[in-house]
Design a protein around this ligand. Structure first.
Ligand code: SF4
Length: 541
């Protein structure tokens, strides 16, 4: 282990059953050294239960599937709904505003539960852990384990080490040691799966903390990616989303700038795989071969999430985003020429330092012309550790709020116009687990091929068999709102799928690390809990 790159900082943690509020003190390195190489079986964790609470983007949602897979491999079982778990893992995000205050608030709420439950452990991982390191155990000394974005695989060992030593363990690596996809995963869904193609990012957008927390881009080999996609498809999964901070620079590490388009085409050869999506692309690296691959590969969905961030070239330059609005508009035009039915969404930041009213109006102009199907809009606020936080001319918060409201209304109107165009069209819907209002409205929900959310009536479907999450229906759009479509007539077809069978049986795929064999199926006790709705993979400020 490299001392420069490997910080193990054991600190005093409460003894089991003792008051959980203890003071922080560093211990000598001998205990750490004794445990530093521990990688043996986690024998005492049998029958202990866990819960993973996830914050932030799809990357974290997928990392949490890996954390769940690791813990189950180590003998833990998912805690039942409403049950207090023996181990609570926070998979944190550093991007959202006040992420740290929210984390400490949540940790504080767990302190009494831990005091009342000898042996309970709390672990904090993800981007905020990578950023704040031992500060977390200084502010919340009842936390047992802090691990970073580069050592997700260490969690079971760190939990065991903390329990054995009765001392908190903080382990943060400076660079990726093991690609997370080589770890087992307990998947959340029987019909839809995430597959990482890369981690980290080589860009230097001034508002973004990702490069400093996730490191330089590391690409998986195409064979490994495809093996994982194949495993999921063999298991009945119908839809796969390829994940990377910047999927369009995929291949830069192994010297093939066309690798992403080739990967999309190769996904087209995977039997049983009906839908391929990806997030996030980057306008700088988005090339014509990817548009061709999307248009020519039948199972690649005509859905594109293309982060704009700003319509002002001056602000894009200050953000260190190396495309300009003209290039962005050209990409959208090329995509719509090749795929007139494409639904295009975006990310936009308002109130970036130095943004003038004129800059903002240029953003609104692009938004009006682009006719996005949806947009993730963000009010800029400085994030410690990012270059933009140091920039002069920070825009006053009330001006940011005003622009945000004006932007939101333009985005909503534009999305509503685009959604109204779908009325009368037949859409194919991959049925999803029940939505919040589905019970009250007697509707079910799912995604159309272009990613739009569809609430549909299952009444009168052809055949008598009930429609289940994981099944596929076709139905005709009867209404539209800015964020969803309605289809209140009877479905025109209903196809029962293996994914639907497995969802109904309560089974979810459990994939091993890449290339290590076929996935198994098991009955999970509880899903990994997304604590907030995931954001787009890249760039929320
Ligand atoms: S915003 Fe996206 S492209 Fe830019 S540095 Fe962050 S992750 Fe990379």
């Amino acid at each position: 282990m490299d001392g420069e790159a490997f910080h193990t900082v054991p600190v005093d943690a409460p003894e089991k059953g003792r008051s959980v509020i203890g003071s922080l003190s560093l211990i000598g390195s001998s205990v750490a050294a004794a445990w530093a190489d521990y990688s043996g079986p986690v024998t005492s964790s049998l029958a202990r239960t866990y819960q993973v609470r996830t914050y932030g983007c799809q990357m974290n949602v997928h990392d949490s599937e890996r954390l769940a897979g690791l813990l189950e491999q180590a003998g833990y079982a998912a805690a039942g709904e409403g049950e207090q778990a023996d181990v609570v893992v926070f998979n944190t995000c550093a991007v959202r505003e006040n992420a740290d205050n929210k984390l400490y608030g949540n940790l504080g709420m767990l302190a009494p539960a831990k005091a009342a439950r000898p042996g309970m452990q709390i672990a904090v991982g993800g981007c905020l852990a990578q950023k704040d390191r031992q500060t977390i155990v200084e502010r919340a000394p009842w936390v047992d384990v802090v691990f970073g974005t580069h050592n997700v695989g260490s969690l079971p060992t760190l939990l065991e080490r903390a329990r054995h030593n009765e001392q908190a363990q903080v382990e943060i690596l400076e660079s990726l040691q093991v690609f997370p996809s080589s770890l087992p995963a307990r998947r959340d869904s029987a019909y839809s799966g995430w597959v990482s193609i890369s981690v980290g990012c080589n860009n230097t957008c001034t508002f973004c903390i990702v490069p400093s927390l996730r490191g330089q881009q590391a690409d998986r080999r195409p064979g490994e990616v495809l093996a994982e996609v194949q495993m999921l498809a063999d298991d009945g999964v119908l839809e796969v989303t390829l994940l990377g901070q910047n999927v369009n620079s995929y291949g830069v590490e192994f010297g093939d700038r066309l690798a992403f388009g080739k990967l999309l085409r190769a996904c087209g050869d995977i039997a049983g795989l009906e839908r391929v999506r990806f997030t996030s692309p980057h306008p700088k690296d988005f090339t014509a071969d990817v548009i061709e691959a999307m248009a020519q590969t039948p199972n690649v969905c005509h859905q594109l999430h293309m982060p704009l961030q700003s319509g002002s070239d001056r602000i894009l330059k200050s953000m260190r985003r190396s495309y300009r609005s003209g290039r962005y508009r050209q990409i959208l035009a090329d995509v719509r020429t090749a795929m007139p039915d494409a639904a295009i969404s975006t990310d936009i930041i308002v109130g970036f330092p130095g943004e003038t009213e004129q800059d903002f109006i240029e953003t609104l102009d692009v938004v009006r012309d682009a006719e996005f199907s949806t947009a993730f809009t963000f009010q800029y606020s400085p994030r410690p550790g990012t270059p933009a936080a140091e920039l002069p001319d920070q825009v006053p918060p009330e001006m940011v709020r005003d622009r945000y409201q004006r932007l939101t209304s333009v985005v909503e109107e534009s999305a509503w116009v685009d959604n109204r165009r779908q009325i009368g069209r037949e859409v194919e819907v991959l049925v999803a687990a029940q939505g919040r209002k589905d019970g009250a409205t007697d509707r079910m929900s799912g995604r159309a091929r272009d990613g739009r959310l569809v609430h549909f009536s299952p009444a009168g479907a052809a055949g008598q068999q009930p429609i289940r999450p994981g099944d596929v229906v076709t139905t005709v759009v009867t209404g539209a709102a800015p964020h969803h479509l309605l289809a209140d007539g009877p479905p025109t077809s209903h196809r029962r799928t293996r994914a639907g069978d497995r969802h109904q049986a309560g089974e979810r795929p459990t994939t091993p690390g890449v290339g290590l064999g076929m996935p198994g199926l098991g009955r999970p006790s509880a899903p990994v809990v997304p604590a907030t709705a995931p954001t787009a993979a890249c760039s929320a400020p």
